[in-house]
Design a protein around this ligand. Structure first.
Ligand SMILES: [Ca+2]
Ligand SMILES: [Ca+2]
Length: 302
């Protein structure tokens, strides 16, 4: 049953065409703007390391990722205080939904640019509204007998308290003053599920023309839903059916239902190949729940 719905959905979405937009993710999550666009970088109270730099770096060493832009910091204490973790924070404001469990992840690496070892290359954590969530990762020593390049993936899970904007990001610290040649890198931030306001979160990832995956999260489970397409944004009001009177963020140009299915457990996705005709246009999810019906954010296709 799910398979046949998927096939119908793929056919319908194929008419829509589309590409990719990462609504609900960190802005500039992969730092490929080559700068800190979207991010606020600041020192901890007794820390150094800001503003940091963005440079090309192979964040996972011999792993599959190629060199790309990553954030680079030389973190540590401004004034020595025994055992005190100090350095930098890079955060941005995300709309979280109360009670939803989120996992924030990113890639990290440390590097020593001298011949000797240093006892700590960096401690990596995730912070929400200035507080560490999850368990920080102490990456250990760097350089000398420790080895000169370390890297890995880090993640932390937390449950949001309060619907609305929260400051979310990374804290990178060391319990010593910076020797100036110990560097910590981060790249490829992700938050799962994608963030949104009080309603369902919708996003589309892929290329236009090409293959796109439309995914949703935080929808009311086990309800019928539709993904509506339009060439423009606006204030179209659903004229009839179970969601009559529901205001959308879409305009009237080319508006039609691109996909109908169910919300599943509240999250899910459909994928399809799309053509150039719909690139840059818009979709929105409507869930048959409540009056007016539940609606997602409007997503611009790639
Ligand atoms: Ca690599
Ligand atoms: Ca990158």
């Amino acid at each position: 049953m799910r398979t046949s719905k998927m096939i119908c959905g793929l056919a319908a979405l194929a008419l829509v065409g589309g590409g990719s937009v990462a609504w609900g993710q960190f802005t500039n999550d992969d730092l490929e703007t080559g700068d800190f666009t979207g991010w606020t970088v600041q020192n901890t109270p007794n820390g150094v390391g800001a503003p940091g730099v963005i440079e090309q770096y192979d964040i996972d060493g011999g792993g599959p990722k190629p060199s790309s832009y990553a954030a680079k910091f030389a973190v540590g204490q401004a004034q020595f205080q025994s055992g005190q973790q100090e350095g930098v924070e890079m955060v941005q404001s995300l709309d979280l939904v109360d009670g939803v469990e989120y996992t924030v992840s990113y890639s990290w690496a440390t590097k020593r640019e001298s011949n000797s070892g240093n006892v700590t290359g960096g401690v990596f954590s995730v912070i929400v509204d200035g507080q560490i969530v999850g368990t920080p990762l102490d990456s250990g020593g760097i350089g000398g007998s420790y080895g000169f390049y370390k890297y890995g993936e880090y993640s932390a899970t937390f449950t949001a308290s309060g619907t609305g904007p929260h400051e979310v990001g990374a804290r990178i610290t060391r319990p010593y003053q910076s020797p100036g040649d110990v560097f910590s890198y981060v790249d490829d931030f992700d938050i799962d599920p994608p963030t949104g306001g009080g309603g369902p979160s919708l996003r589309a990832i892929g290329d236009c023309p090409g293959r796109v995956t439309v995914s949703w999260a935080n929808a009311t489970p086990s309800r019928p839903m539709a993904i509506v397409y339009a060439n423009n944004t606006g204030s179209f009001v659903v004229p009839g059916g179970p969601c009559a009177g529901t205001p959308l963020g879409l305009g009237t140009s080319g508006i039609h239902i691109a996909y109908q299915g169910g919300t599943g457990g509240g999250s899910g996705q459909v994928s399809t190949n799309i053509g150039t005709g719909v690139c840059g246009h818009y979709i929105q999810m409507v869930v048959v729940s409540g009056s007016p019906c539940e609606t997602s954010n409007v997503v611009q296709l790639p």
